[in-house]
Design a binder for this molecule. Sequence first.
Ligand code: FAD
Ligand code: SF4
Length: 462
Amino acid sequence: MPNMSLKKNEMPSQEPNVRNKNFLEVALGYTEEQALDEAARCLNCKNHPCVSGCPVQVKIPEFIKKITEKDYEGAYQVIHETSSLPAVCGRVCPQETQCESKCIRGIKGEPVGIGRLERFVADWHNANVQEAPAKPAPNGHKVAVIGSGPSGLTCAGDLAKKGYDVTVFEALHLAGGVLVYGIAEFRLPKAIVQKEVDGLKALGVKVETNMVIGRVVSIDELMSEYGFEAVFIGSGAGLPMFMHIPGEALKGVCSANEYLTRINLMKAYKEEYDTPILHSKAAAIVGGGNVAMDAARCAKRMGAEKVYIVYRRGEAEMPARLEEQHHAKEEGIEFMTLTNPVEILGGEDGRVNGMKCIKMELGEPDASGRRRPIPVEGSEFVLDVDTVIMSLGTSPNPLIRSTTPGLETNKKGGIIVDENEMSTRENVFAGGDAVTGAATVILAMGAGKKAAEAIDRKLQGK
Ligand code: FAD
Ligand code: SF4
């Protein structure tokens, strides 16, 4: 008998007033009992609409059915057929706009907690199954992967399983891309990402860190001097945007990417690390996406008494996941919507001493389909802050484009690829944020998977 409760099982979480002072994971995961109760809400629909909402078409009803049978490893294997990072996706995928938005149970009540069940299954597997992956027989072909984010890791893993000799080149000192340097530890513990990287190494993938391709060695050199027959570019979109308003060069202004990198990758929140970081009393985070939420929640944990999200549109237009907005508010972050900064004010010491803002109202929809924010004349005011963290979006870094002749990009800097993820350079493939601009983990993973298949077809002359 299905469980006809209209509500999802709640996710056990740390209390807001406790968690906003530590970096431990906020959501604690379902117990077995909760997972079984939630799985029983699935109707195992014949047309499985939820699957059409998943960018990599995980067989959702099939894995949920395995949970009801208490075959958790079987459930993991079903997910793993199409998704290489279930423990990551179960935590950070925007399920509410993907699979769960199509779930039949969502018509009258809440959809099945698909993401929470995926996390339960992945965590069960990680806790109970010690895999020693069999190294496939080498096929004699060498492939280079640039960048170790979800697109690069997926592409590398899929190729290694087919016997390719794969080397991942990563600019930073640790592999994982945004999963380690961007997304906050309390949403995605770094040990989970490290386990995935270790799994790839066990498959034979070589990971070379501190290797900035385009500086240390170019793509042409990788192919002509080091014998790589194909290259996959998964270098992401890590170049932050700024507003170009007066005062952005003051001490106390930085991009969310830099702020989060210092905290996540360089562990600025740990006493034993002497990573320099802005210690704010009052911080304004400008922007309304997931990155802004992560930066705001980190600022609170780093000791800021006041943390504001300053966003020029309304709350309904905010791109951040609803769950992140909700968690941020619970933790004491103040949302100042319909507000736009016009100038950052500085004191005599060259440090931020307030931010001048103007109130906005929404006009007609713009090219993005969202209502255009328009300044309200005479509504300027000064927000009392000592730190401003810009979280306005990012674009692909131009380094690879500028050092790879013949590699074409669009006007936003995204690498142009064909339907097989191949760029305008023969045997150079690309995927993830480096192609699309800032997007999501699952889309980056899907692109890495597709590119691995295309590289295999090309190098095997299929
Ligand atoms: P990345 O993860 O950006 O990895 C690219 C890697 O390439 C990096 O490690 C970089 O150092 C390396 N690199 C760059 N240039 C070079 C070079 N020249 N040589 C060698 N290496 C290079 N998505 C979600 O789905 N859910 C979320 O909740 C979510 N939250 C986010 C929060 C934050 C703070 C950020 C920044 C992003 C978030 N995203 C989220 C987006 C998601 O993380 C990205 O879309 C995804 O990581 C893109 O994967 P990728 O493999 O294309 O690139
Ligand atoms: Fe189960 Fe919802 Fe998918 Fe139907 S749509 S199979 S109820 S998860």
